[in-house]
Design a protein around this ligand. Structure first.
Ligand code: SF4
Ligand code: SF4
Length: 305
């Protein structure tokens, strides 16, 4: 069955305010209308006490086009008005090593919980500003998932971040924008990539497990120590991955100075988009009809936020 789709215009007629009572002046606001839309959508499925995962993207360091925090706060407020228990969440990025730039700041935005929470706070997302818990749904390291078989053409299972999987309702609040790897980002990407742990993200962007180029490996052993799954051994002075132990987290890649890790196949954009679509459909199926999607088409930029 198709979903109901609603549209809210950001266009405000010039005579809007004279037409509404003075006490309703704010109702032209897109923030207000997003809150009301969330209420309309949630109101059809929520029961008092339901836990609601408000999935957003916290943005990256030094970016400014992620969803403005006030939109998220108002969706949270509406969820609480309806008796729900919201939390705002994102997930960690693949890899695990924290590197620093020349100013001593973490180079990446969310490879570890610490840098992820710092990025979220820097961009305005804290428990205080949101009025509810602000978390990484696959904390502390992005290594744990709730696996769900979907048997798609490209994706056989999804790896849902545990805190999201435990929620009663998934509310995707996505910023629609263009993207440097995918063509666009919106609800599909916010769910298909963003609701998955590191293992799930791997299978969006790759179609084979990681391998080690034996010519490039110098046997330093850094990857052996870094691997959280004990999936790498040194044999005859070269690193070898034990595939059945590997959980596709990509920690090891960050630690190799020789560029010895190679993923055999990096699908083209169309296949990656198909993978995202399959994963998103799988996660929606996991939640049944307990999903709500809101896309904000504003501040649309050519690259990801
Ligand atoms: S970190 Fe790289 S060079 Fe060192 S053992 Fe692992 S694969 Fe080989
Ligand atoms: S070998 Fe697999 S489990 Fe170990 S760090 Fe690399 S990707 Fe992660």
């Amino acid at each position: 069955m198709g979903s109901k789709v609603y549209f809210v215009s950001a266009n405000v007629p010039i005579d809007y305010i004279p037409r509404v009572p003075p006490t309703k002046w704010y109702t032209h606001s897109l923030v207000y209308q997003t809150k009301e839309m969330a209420g309309k959508l949630l109101g059809e499925i929520i029961s008092p006490g339901d836990t609601v995962a408000v999935k957003i993207h916290f943005g990256e360091r030094y970016t400014q086009y992620y969803i403005r925090p006030i939109y998220v706060r108002k969706v949270v407020d509406k969820t609480k008005e309806l008796g729900g228990k919201p939390f705002v969440c994102d997930t960690l990025f693949s890899g695990g090593r924290v590197l620093y730039d020349e100013f001593g700041e973490a180079l990446w935005s969310r490879r570890s919980l610490k840098e992820g929470l710092e990025t979220a706070a820097m961009n305005g997302f804290t428990s205080e500003t949101m009025g509810c818990p602000v978390i990484f749904a696959d904390a502390p390291k992005g290594l744990k998932s709730v696996e769900f078989d979907i048997n798609g053409t490209f994706i056989k299972k999804v790896y849902i971040a545990p805190a999201i999987a435990e929620a009663d309702i998934l509310l995707s609040l996505a910023h629609f924008k263009c993207h440097d790897v995918m063509s666009v980002g919106g609800a599909l990407k916010n769910i298909g990539v963003g609701c998955q742990s590191k293992q799930g993200k791997w299978w969006i962007h790759h179609n084979a497990k990681l391998e080690i180029d034996q010519e490039k490996c110098n046997g330093c052993g850094e990857c052996v120590s870094a691997c959280p799954a004990n999936a790498i051994i040194l044999s005859n002075g070269k690193a070898q991955i034990i595939p059945e132990k590997c959980i596709d987290c990509a920690f090891c890649i960050d630690y190799c100075t020789q560029g010895a890790f190679k993923s055999r196949s990096f699908p083209d954009i169309l296949e990656q988009e198909a993978r995202i679509g399959e994963a998103a459909a799988g996660i929606v199926k996991f939640f049944g009809d307990k999903c709500v999607f809101i896309n904000l088409a504003m501040d649309i930029v050519p690259l990801c936020d």
